[in-house]
Design a protein around this ligand. Structure first.
Ligand code: ADQ
Length: 457
Protein backbone atom coordinates (compact mmCIF):
# COMPACT_ATOMS: atom_id res chain seq x y z
CA UNK A 1 0.00 0.00 0.00
CA UNK A 2 1.32 3.44 -0.93
CA UNK A 3 2.56 5.93 1.61
CA UNK A 4 0.12 8.51 2.97
CA UNK A 5 1.03 12.12 2.24
CA UNK A 6 -1.06 14.63 4.16
CA UNK A 7 -0.99 18.28 3.10
CA UNK A 8 -2.47 21.01 5.27
CA UNK A 9 -1.85 24.71 5.62
CA UNK A 10 -0.14 24.32 8.99
CA UNK A 11 1.87 21.31 10.03
CA UNK A 12 1.68 20.48 13.75
CA UNK A 13 5.31 19.74 14.43
CA UNK A 14 5.82 17.39 17.38
CA UNK A 15 7.96 20.13 18.89
CA UNK A 16 4.95 22.56 18.90
CA UNK A 17 3.92 22.21 22.53
CA UNK A 18 0.88 23.68 24.18
CA UNK A 19 -2.85 23.88 23.62
CA UNK A 20 -4.10 23.59 20.07
CA UNK A 21 -7.25 25.57 19.48
CA UNK A 22 -8.39 24.27 16.14
CA UNK A 23 -10.32 21.35 14.80
CA UNK A 24 -8.03 20.28 11.99
CA UNK A 25 -5.03 19.45 14.14
CA UNK A 26 -7.28 17.43 16.43
CA UNK A 27 -8.93 15.51 13.59
CA UNK A 28 -5.64 14.63 11.91
CA UNK A 29 -3.76 13.26 14.88
CA UNK A 30 -5.08 9.81 14.06
CA UNK A 31 -4.22 9.77 10.37
CA UNK A 32 -0.52 10.31 10.94
CA UNK A 33 0.84 6.79 11.28
CA UNK A 34 4.55 5.94 11.04
CA UNK A 35 5.69 5.96 7.43
CA UNK A 36 3.49 8.96 6.56
CA UNK A 37 4.63 12.35 5.31
CA UNK A 38 3.04 15.60 6.51
CA UNK A 39 3.62 18.63 4.31
CA UNK A 40 2.66 22.27 4.88
CA UNK A 41 3.62 25.73 6.04
CA UNK A 42 6.11 25.95 8.91
CA UNK A 43 4.40 28.94 10.51
CA UNK A 44 7.53 31.02 9.69
CA UNK A 45 7.18 34.09 7.52
CA UNK A 46 8.88 37.32 6.79
CA UNK A 47 11.95 35.95 5.00
CA UNK A 48 11.85 34.54 1.50
CA UNK A 49 9.66 31.70 0.23
CA UNK A 50 11.59 28.45 0.77
CA UNK A 51 13.34 27.15 -2.30
CA UNK A 52 12.95 23.65 -0.92
CA UNK A 53 11.08 21.98 1.91
CA UNK A 54 12.80 21.54 5.22
CA UNK A 55 12.48 17.88 6.18
CA UNK A 56 12.68 16.26 9.62
CA UNK A 57 11.59 12.95 11.09
CA UNK A 58 9.97 12.11 14.39
CA UNK A 59 8.74 8.66 15.46
CA UNK A 60 8.63 7.38 11.90
CA UNK A 61 6.68 10.34 10.53
CA UNK A 62 8.36 12.68 8.08
CA UNK A 63 7.56 16.38 8.41
CA UNK A 64 8.25 18.65 5.44
CA UNK A 65 7.62 22.36 5.78
CA UNK A 66 8.07 25.53 3.76
CA UNK A 67 8.43 29.14 4.94
CA UNK A 68 6.47 31.94 3.29
CA UNK A 69 7.52 35.48 2.45
CA UNK A 70 5.54 38.25 4.15
CA UNK A 71 3.65 39.42 1.03
CA UNK A 72 2.64 35.91 -0.01
CA UNK A 73 1.61 35.08 3.54
CA UNK A 74 -0.58 38.15 3.77
CA UNK A 75 -2.26 37.62 0.40
CA UNK A 76 -2.69 33.87 0.75
CA UNK A 77 -3.58 33.54 4.42
CA UNK A 78 -4.81 36.85 5.82
CA UNK A 79 -6.22 38.14 2.53
CA UNK A 80 -7.83 35.45 0.45
CA UNK A 81 -8.13 32.42 2.78
CA UNK A 82 -9.41 34.21 5.86
CA UNK A 83 -10.60 37.54 4.46
CA UNK A 84 -12.59 36.18 1.49
CA UNK A 85 -12.99 32.38 1.36
CA UNK A 86 -13.76 31.88 5.06
CA UNK A 87 -16.72 34.32 5.16
CA UNK A 88 -17.90 33.22 1.69
CA UNK A 89 -18.02 29.52 2.58
CA UNK A 90 -19.81 30.39 5.84
CA UNK A 91 -22.50 32.26 3.88
CA UNK A 92 -21.34 35.67 5.16
CA UNK A 93 -21.02 37.48 1.83
CA UNK A 94 -21.35 40.86 3.58
CA UNK A 95 -18.06 40.25 5.40
CA UNK A 96 -16.00 39.37 2.32
CA UNK A 97 -12.95 41.54 1.85
CA UNK A 98 -11.98 40.65 -1.71
CA UNK A 99 -8.88 41.77 -3.59
CA UNK A 100 -7.74 40.29 -6.87
CA UNK A 101 -4.13 40.50 -5.68
CA UNK A 102 -4.99 38.29 -2.75
CA UNK A 103 -6.41 35.64 -5.04
CA UNK A 104 -3.22 35.74 -7.10
CA UNK A 105 -1.23 35.30 -3.88
CA UNK A 106 -3.43 32.36 -2.92
CA UNK A 107 -2.83 30.61 -6.22
CA UNK A 108 0.89 31.43 -6.00
CA UNK A 109 1.20 29.80 -2.57
CA UNK A 110 -0.75 26.74 -3.72
CA UNK A 111 1.64 26.57 -6.72
CA UNK A 112 4.62 26.92 -4.36
CA UNK A 113 3.34 24.07 -2.19
CA UNK A 114 2.97 21.91 -5.33
CA UNK A 115 6.47 22.75 -6.55
CA UNK A 116 8.08 21.96 -3.17
CA UNK A 117 6.02 18.83 -2.58
CA UNK A 118 6.37 17.23 -6.04
CA UNK A 119 10.08 16.29 -5.67
CA UNK A 120 9.31 14.47 -2.40
CA UNK A 121 6.62 12.24 -3.93
CA UNK A 122 6.92 8.54 -4.74
CA UNK A 123 4.81 6.99 -7.53
CA UNK A 124 2.39 5.08 -5.29
CA UNK A 125 1.90 7.76 -2.62
CA UNK A 126 -1.68 8.67 -1.83
CA UNK A 127 -2.05 12.42 -1.33
CA UNK A 128 -4.64 13.81 1.07
CA UNK A 129 -5.10 17.60 0.94
CA UNK A 130 -6.95 19.43 3.69
CA UNK A 131 -9.20 22.41 3.70
CA UNK A 132 -10.06 25.73 2.20
CA UNK A 133 -6.54 27.18 2.10
CA UNK A 134 -5.50 24.58 -0.48
CA UNK A 135 -8.37 24.36 -2.94
CA UNK A 136 -6.16 24.88 -6.01
CA UNK A 137 -3.32 22.56 -4.93
CA UNK A 138 -4.60 19.41 -6.67
CA UNK A 139 -4.67 21.23 -10.00
CA UNK A 140 -1.22 22.72 -9.40
CA UNK A 141 0.16 19.21 -8.76
CA UNK A 142 -1.49 17.87 -11.93
CA UNK A 143 0.12 20.68 -13.94
CA UNK A 144 3.48 19.43 -12.68
CA UNK A 145 2.62 15.95 -13.99
CA UNK A 146 1.71 14.35 -10.65
CA UNK A 147 -0.41 11.28 -11.43
CA UNK A 148 -0.94 10.01 -7.86
CA UNK A 149 -4.32 9.57 -6.28
CA UNK A 150 -5.33 12.90 -4.76
CA UNK A 151 -8.07 13.42 -2.17
CA UNK A 152 -9.30 16.78 -0.89
CA UNK A 153 -11.31 17.15 2.30
CA UNK A 154 -13.13 20.42 2.97
CA UNK A 155 -13.53 20.89 6.74
CA UNK A 156 -15.82 23.90 6.47
CA UNK A 157 -19.22 24.29 4.78
CA UNK A 158 -19.66 24.52 1.02
CA UNK A 159 -22.13 26.97 -0.47
CA UNK A 160 -24.70 26.72 -3.29
CA UNK A 161 -23.90 28.32 -6.68
CA UNK A 162 -25.76 31.57 -5.99
CA UNK A 163 -23.45 32.27 -3.04
CA UNK A 164 -20.28 30.86 -4.60
CA UNK A 165 -20.51 33.09 -7.66
CA UNK A 166 -20.11 36.16 -5.47
CA UNK A 167 -16.45 35.25 -5.84
CA UNK A 168 -15.16 36.42 -9.23
CA UNK A 169 -12.89 33.35 -9.53
CA UNK A 170 -15.55 30.82 -8.50
CA UNK A 171 -15.21 28.91 -11.73
CA UNK A 172 -11.44 28.61 -11.55
CA UNK A 173 -11.62 27.49 -7.94
CA UNK A 174 -14.19 24.75 -8.52
CA UNK A 175 -12.40 23.45 -11.62
CA UNK A 176 -9.18 23.29 -9.60
CA UNK A 177 -10.92 21.32 -6.85
CA UNK A 178 -12.18 18.89 -9.47
CA UNK A 179 -8.56 17.95 -10.30
CA UNK A 180 -8.68 15.75 -7.17
CA UNK A 181 -9.97 12.19 -7.54
CA UNK A 182 -12.12 12.38 -4.42
CA UNK A 183 -13.53 15.48 -2.74
CA UNK A 184 -14.94 14.98 0.77
CA UNK A 185 -17.38 17.05 2.83
CA UNK A 186 -18.75 17.08 6.37
CA UNK A 187 -22.45 16.89 5.44
CA UNK A 188 -24.73 15.80 2.62
CA UNK A 189 -25.84 19.40 2.18
CA UNK A 190 -22.26 20.56 1.57
CA UNK A 191 -21.65 17.82 -0.96
CA UNK A 192 -24.82 18.67 -2.84
CA UNK A 193 -23.86 22.35 -2.90
CA UNK A 194 -20.48 21.43 -4.38
CA UNK A 195 -22.04 19.23 -7.08
CA UNK A 196 -24.47 21.99 -8.02
CA UNK A 197 -21.70 24.59 -8.01
CA UNK A 198 -19.52 22.36 -10.18
CA UNK A 199 -22.39 21.89 -12.63
CA UNK A 200 -22.75 25.68 -12.83
CA UNK A 201 -19.05 26.12 -13.64
CA UNK A 202 -18.21 23.48 -16.26
CA UNK A 203 -19.44 21.03 -18.85
CA UNK A 204 -19.64 17.62 -17.24
CA UNK A 205 -21.14 14.17 -17.42
CA UNK A 206 -22.52 12.91 -14.15
CA UNK A 207 -21.25 9.58 -12.81
CA UNK A 208 -24.09 8.23 -10.69
CA UNK A 209 -25.25 10.52 -7.88
CA UNK A 210 -21.82 11.33 -6.50
CA UNK A 211 -19.42 12.13 -9.27
CA UNK A 212 -18.74 13.66 -12.64
CA UNK A 213 -16.32 13.55 -15.55
CA UNK A 214 -14.86 16.75 -16.94
CA UNK A 215 -12.20 16.83 -19.69
CA UNK A 216 -11.67 13.10 -19.28
CA UNK A 217 -10.96 13.34 -15.52
CA UNK A 218 -13.33 11.67 -13.08
CA UNK A 219 -14.06 13.45 -9.78
CA UNK A 220 -15.95 11.56 -7.09
CA UNK A 221 -17.40 13.10 -3.92
CA UNK A 222 -18.05 11.70 -0.49
CA UNK A 223 -19.44 12.62 2.93
CA UNK A 224 -17.16 11.64 5.82
CA UNK A 225 -18.00 13.68 8.93
CA UNK A 226 -15.09 14.42 11.25
CA UNK A 227 -15.25 12.95 14.75
CA UNK A 228 -13.17 12.80 17.93
CA UNK A 229 -11.39 10.12 19.94
CA UNK A 230 -14.44 9.54 22.16
CA UNK A 231 -12.94 7.08 24.66
CA UNK A 232 -9.73 9.11 24.99
CA UNK A 233 -11.66 12.31 25.59
CA UNK A 234 -14.00 10.64 28.10
CA UNK A 235 -10.97 9.31 29.98
CA UNK A 236 -9.42 12.77 30.05
CA UNK A 237 -12.69 14.22 31.38
CA UNK A 238 -12.89 11.66 34.19
CA UNK A 239 -9.29 12.30 35.12
CA UNK A 240 -9.69 16.08 34.93
CA UNK A 241 -12.77 16.02 37.15
CA UNK A 242 -10.47 15.42 40.13
CA UNK A 243 -7.86 18.02 39.15
CA UNK A 244 -7.26 21.31 40.93
CA UNK A 245 -8.72 23.49 38.16
CA UNK A 246 -12.03 21.61 38.11
CA UNK A 247 -12.23 21.65 41.89
CA UNK A 248 -11.55 25.38 41.93
CA UNK A 249 -14.27 25.93 39.36
CA UNK A 250 -16.76 23.84 41.33
CA UNK A 251 -16.06 25.67 44.58
CA UNK A 252 -16.37 29.06 42.86
CA UNK A 253 -19.89 28.12 41.70
CA UNK A 254 -21.13 27.53 45.27
CA UNK A 255 -23.82 25.13 44.08
CA UNK A 256 -24.95 27.17 41.06
CA UNK A 257 -25.32 25.63 37.61
CA UNK A 258 -22.74 26.19 34.87
CA UNK A 259 -23.30 26.68 31.16
CA UNK A 260 -20.13 26.40 29.06
CA UNK A 261 -19.05 27.63 25.64
CA UNK A 262 -15.65 26.81 24.12
CA UNK A 263 -14.73 28.27 20.76
CA UNK A 264 -12.07 29.95 18.73
CA UNK A 265 -12.88 33.65 18.83
CA UNK A 266 -14.48 33.70 15.39
CA UNK A 267 -17.57 35.48 14.04
CA UNK A 268 -18.93 32.18 12.68
CA UNK A 269 -19.30 30.85 16.20
CA UNK A 270 -22.19 33.18 17.06
CA UNK A 271 -20.73 34.51 20.31
CA UNK A 272 -22.46 37.93 20.47
CA UNK A 273 -25.83 36.26 19.90
CA UNK A 274 -24.97 33.60 22.51
CA UNK A 275 -24.22 36.30 25.07
CA UNK A 276 -27.46 38.04 24.14
CA UNK A 277 -29.38 34.77 24.58
CA UNK A 278 -27.83 34.33 28.02
CA UNK A 279 -29.04 37.82 28.96
CA UNK A 280 -32.52 36.99 27.60
CA UNK A 281 -32.64 33.93 29.89
CA UNK A 282 -32.85 36.23 32.93
CA UNK A 283 -35.49 38.43 31.32
CA UNK A 284 -37.71 35.58 30.16
CA UNK A 285 -37.11 33.22 33.08
CA UNK A 286 -36.04 35.35 36.06
CA UNK A 287 -36.09 32.31 38.35
CA UNK A 288 -32.59 31.55 37.00
CA UNK A 289 -31.11 34.82 38.25
CA UNK A 290 -28.20 34.07 40.61
CA UNK A 291 -28.65 30.35 39.84
CA UNK A 292 -26.41 29.92 36.78
CA UNK A 293 -23.18 31.31 35.30
CA UNK A 294 -21.88 31.11 31.77
CA UNK A 295 -18.20 30.27 31.32
CA UNK A 296 -17.15 31.28 27.82
CA UNK A 297 -13.65 30.24 26.82
CA UNK A 298 -12.82 31.89 23.51
CA UNK A 299 -9.29 31.38 22.23
CA UNK A 300 -7.97 34.36 20.30
CA UNK A 301 -7.58 33.50 16.66
CA UNK A 302 -6.48 35.22 13.39
CA UNK A 303 -5.72 38.46 15.14
CA UNK A 304 -4.15 39.91 12.00
CA UNK A 305 -7.58 39.95 10.31
CA UNK A 306 -9.41 43.20 11.23
CA UNK A 307 -12.80 41.56 11.61
CA UNK A 308 -11.51 39.44 14.48
CA UNK A 309 -10.28 42.44 16.44
CA UNK A 310 -13.64 44.18 16.21
CA UNK A 311 -15.41 41.00 17.31
CA UNK A 312 -13.21 40.90 20.37
CA UNK A 313 -14.05 44.48 21.28
CA UNK A 314 -17.74 43.75 20.77
CA UNK A 315 -17.63 40.75 23.12
CA UNK A 316 -15.69 42.66 25.79
CA UNK A 317 -18.39 45.30 25.70
CA UNK A 318 -21.26 42.82 25.75
CA UNK A 319 -19.89 40.76 28.65
CA UNK A 320 -19.52 44.02 30.61
CA UNK A 321 -23.05 45.04 29.72
CA UNK A 322 -24.66 41.79 30.86
CA UNK A 323 -22.60 41.68 34.01
CA UNK A 324 -23.39 45.34 34.68
CA UNK A 325 -27.10 44.65 34.30
CA UNK A 326 -27.41 41.43 36.32
CA UNK A 327 -24.42 40.86 38.62
CA UNK A 328 -24.83 40.78 42.35
CA UNK A 329 -22.05 41.44 44.85
CA UNK A 330 -21.45 37.68 45.14
CA UNK A 331 -22.48 36.49 41.64
CA UNK A 332 -21.25 37.24 38.12
CA UNK A 333 -23.38 35.84 35.29
CA UNK A 334 -20.73 35.84 32.53
CA UNK A 335 -17.17 34.62 32.98
CA UNK A 336 -15.36 35.33 29.78
CA UNK A 337 -11.74 34.42 29.02
CA UNK A 338 -9.78 34.75 25.79
CA UNK A 339 -6.74 32.57 26.24
CA UNK A 340 -6.35 28.99 25.08
CA UNK A 341 -6.89 26.48 27.85
CA UNK A 342 -5.40 23.02 27.94
CA UNK A 343 -7.81 20.47 26.41
CA UNK A 344 -7.72 18.15 29.43
CA UNK A 345 -8.68 21.03 31.72
CA UNK A 346 -11.52 21.91 29.34
CA UNK A 347 -12.68 18.27 29.40
CA UNK A 348 -13.10 18.51 33.18
CA UNK A 349 -15.04 21.78 32.82
CA UNK A 350 -17.39 20.22 30.25
CA UNK A 351 -18.08 17.38 32.66
CA UNK A 352 -19.39 19.62 35.41
CA UNK A 353 -21.37 21.94 33.09
CA UNK A 354 -25.15 21.40 33.06
CA UNK A 355 -25.40 22.97 29.61
CA UNK A 356 -23.03 22.87 26.63
CA UNK A 357 -23.73 25.86 24.39
CA UNK A 358 -22.72 25.27 20.77
CA UNK A 359 -24.47 27.94 18.76
CA UNK A 360 -22.47 28.78 15.62
CA UNK A 361 -24.16 30.71 12.82
CA UNK A 362 -22.57 28.22 10.44
CA UNK A 363 -19.96 25.54 11.10
CA UNK A 364 -18.50 22.69 9.06
CA UNK A 365 -18.93 20.16 11.86
CA UNK A 366 -18.05 21.57 15.32
CA UNK A 367 -16.00 19.20 17.41
CA UNK A 368 -16.81 20.99 20.68
CA UNK A 369 -20.35 19.54 20.46
CA UNK A 370 -18.87 16.03 20.32
CA UNK A 371 -16.32 16.72 23.05
CA UNK A 372 -19.04 17.99 25.37
CA UNK A 373 -21.04 14.77 24.90
CA UNK A 374 -17.98 12.56 25.37
CA UNK A 375 -17.03 14.35 28.59
CA UNK A 376 -20.35 13.84 30.41
CA UNK A 377 -21.01 11.43 33.25
CA UNK A 378 -23.55 9.05 31.59
CA UNK A 379 -25.38 8.67 34.91
CA UNK A 380 -25.88 12.41 35.34
CA UNK A 381 -25.19 14.12 32.02
CA UNK A 382 -25.59 17.75 31.01
CA UNK A 383 -27.65 18.92 28.04
CA UNK A 384 -26.24 20.01 24.67
CA UNK A 385 -27.86 23.07 23.09
CA UNK A 386 -26.84 22.88 19.43
CA UNK A 387 -27.26 25.21 16.47
CA UNK A 388 -29.07 23.75 13.48
CA UNK A 389 -26.36 25.39 11.34
CA UNK A 390 -23.52 23.27 12.74
CA UNK A 391 -22.69 20.26 10.56
CA UNK A 392 -22.95 18.21 13.76
CA UNK A 393 -26.71 18.89 13.88
CA UNK A 394 -27.28 16.69 10.80
CA UNK A 395 -26.58 13.70 13.03
CA UNK A 396 -26.94 14.83 16.68
CA UNK A 397 -30.71 15.25 16.64
CA UNK A 398 -31.17 14.35 20.34
CA UNK A 399 -29.52 17.62 21.36
CA UNK A 400 -31.80 20.63 21.90
CA UNK A 401 -31.58 22.01 18.38
CA UNK A 402 -31.90 25.79 18.09
CA UNK A 403 -31.79 28.59 15.57
CA UNK A 404 -28.93 30.72 16.97
CA UNK A 405 -30.31 33.91 15.38
CA UNK A 406 -33.30 33.69 17.72
CA UNK A 407 -31.92 34.67 21.13
CA UNK A 408 -35.28 33.99 22.78
CA UNK A 409 -35.36 30.47 21.41
CA UNK A 410 -31.84 29.81 22.70
CA UNK A 411 -32.79 31.26 26.09
CA UNK A 412 -35.84 28.98 26.21
CA UNK A 413 -33.69 25.96 25.32
CA UNK A 414 -31.40 26.78 28.26
CA UNK A 415 -34.47 26.99 30.48
CA UNK A 416 -35.69 23.59 29.17
CA UNK A 417 -32.24 22.11 29.78
CA UNK A 418 -32.15 23.37 33.36
CA UNK A 419 -35.55 21.84 34.11
CA UNK A 420 -35.10 18.61 32.15
CA UNK A 421 -35.90 15.48 34.20
CA UNK A 422 -32.87 13.23 34.83
CA UNK A 423 -34.33 10.29 32.83
CA UNK A 424 -34.70 12.45 29.75
CA UNK A 425 -31.17 13.80 30.12
CA UNK A 426 -29.79 10.27 30.43
CA UNK A 427 -31.78 9.01 27.42
CA UNK A 428 -30.78 11.89 25.15
CA UNK A 429 -27.15 11.61 26.20
CA UNK A 430 -27.05 7.84 25.62
CA UNK A 431 -28.37 8.32 22.08
CA UNK A 432 -25.85 11.09 21.36
CA UNK A 433 -22.95 9.10 22.79
CA UNK A 434 -23.81 6.12 20.58
CA UNK A 435 -23.74 8.41 17.55
CA UNK A 436 -20.38 10.04 18.26
CA UNK A 437 -18.90 6.58 18.89
CA UNK A 438 -19.91 5.57 15.38
CA UNK A 439 -17.93 8.37 13.76
CA UNK A 440 -14.64 8.97 15.53
CA UNK A 441 -11.48 10.72 14.38
CA UNK A 442 -10.04 7.34 13.44
CA UNK A 443 -13.09 6.22 11.48
CA UNK A 444 -13.17 9.55 9.64
CA UNK A 445 -9.61 9.03 8.44
CA UNK A 446 -10.24 5.38 7.58
CA UNK A 447 -13.49 6.10 5.70
CA UNK A 448 -11.95 8.84 3.58
CA UNK A 449 -8.70 7.00 2.83
CA UNK A 450 -10.42 3.69 2.01
CA UNK A 451 -12.57 5.44 -0.55
CA UNK A 452 -9.63 7.36 -1.95
CA UNK A 453 -7.61 4.17 -2.39
CA UNK A 454 -10.52 2.45 -4.14
CA UNK A 455 -11.83 5.25 -6.30
CA UNK A 456 -11.94 4.20 -9.97
CA UNK A 457 -9.74 6.33 -12.21
P1 ADQ B 1 -12.76 24.94 14.18
O1 ADQ B 1 -13.47 26.08 13.55
O2 ADQ B 1 -11.49 25.26 14.85
O3 ADQ B 1 -12.51 23.74 13.15
P2 ADQ B 1 -14.13 23.00 16.07
O4 ADQ B 1 -14.59 21.87 15.22
O5 ADQ B 1 -15.07 23.35 17.15
O6 ADQ B 1 -13.85 24.33 15.25
O7 ADQ B 1 -12.76 22.55 16.71
C1 ADQ B 1 -12.14 23.31 17.66
C2 ADQ B 1 -11.13 22.47 18.47
O8 ADQ B 1 -10.27 23.36 19.17
C3 ADQ B 1 -11.81 21.59 19.49
O9 ADQ B 1 -11.07 20.42 19.66
C4 ADQ B 1 -11.76 22.46 20.76
O10 ADQ B 1 -11.68 21.73 21.96
C5 ADQ B 1 -10.49 23.28 20.57
N1 ADQ B 1 -10.73 24.62 21.10
C6 ADQ B 1 -11.66 25.51 20.70
N2 ADQ B 1 -11.61 26.62 21.46
C7 ADQ B 1 -10.65 26.42 22.36
C8 ADQ B 1 -10.15 27.19 23.44
N3 ADQ B 1 -10.68 28.37 23.74
N4 ADQ B 1 -9.12 26.68 24.14
C9 ADQ B 1 -8.63 25.45 23.85
N5 ADQ B 1 -9.08 24.67 22.88
C10 ADQ B 1 -10.07 25.14 22.14
C11 ADQ B 1 -12.70 23.53 11.75
C12 ADQ B 1 -14.12 23.75 11.24
C13 ADQ B 1 -15.09 22.89 12.04
C14 ADQ B 1 -14.68 21.42 11.96
C15 ADQ B 1 -13.21 21.26 12.29
C16 ADQ B 1 -12.74 19.83 12.02
O11 ADQ B 1 -14.49 25.12 11.34
O12 ADQ B 1 -16.41 23.06 11.57
O13 ADQ B 1 -15.44 20.67 12.86
O14 ADQ B 1 -12.40 22.13 11.53
O15 ADQ B 1 -13.05 19.39 10.75
Amino acid sequence: MGRLVVVSNRVSLPTDKGAKAGGLAVALEDAMIPGSLWFGWSGRRGGANSDRASVSEHQGITYATVDLGETDYRRFYVGFSNGALWPLLHYRTGLIDYRRDDYEGYVAVNDLFAARLAPLLQPDDVIWIHDYQLLTLAEALRRLGVKNRIGLFVHIPFVPPAVLHVLPEAEHLVRAMAAADLVGFQTHGDRLNFLESAASCMEMQRVGEDGFVHNGHRTMTTVTPVGIDVEGFARAARRAAGMTETRRLISSLVGRALAIGVDRLDYTKGLPLRFAAFGRLFLRHPEHLRRISLLQIAARSREDVDRYQSLRRELDRQAGEINGAYSDFDWTPVRYMTRAVNRTTIAGFYRIASIGLVTPLRDGMNLVAKEYIAAQDPADPGVLVLSRFAGAAEDLTEALIVNPYDADQVADAMHTALLMPPEERVARHAALLAKIRERTAASFCRAFLDQLRQVER
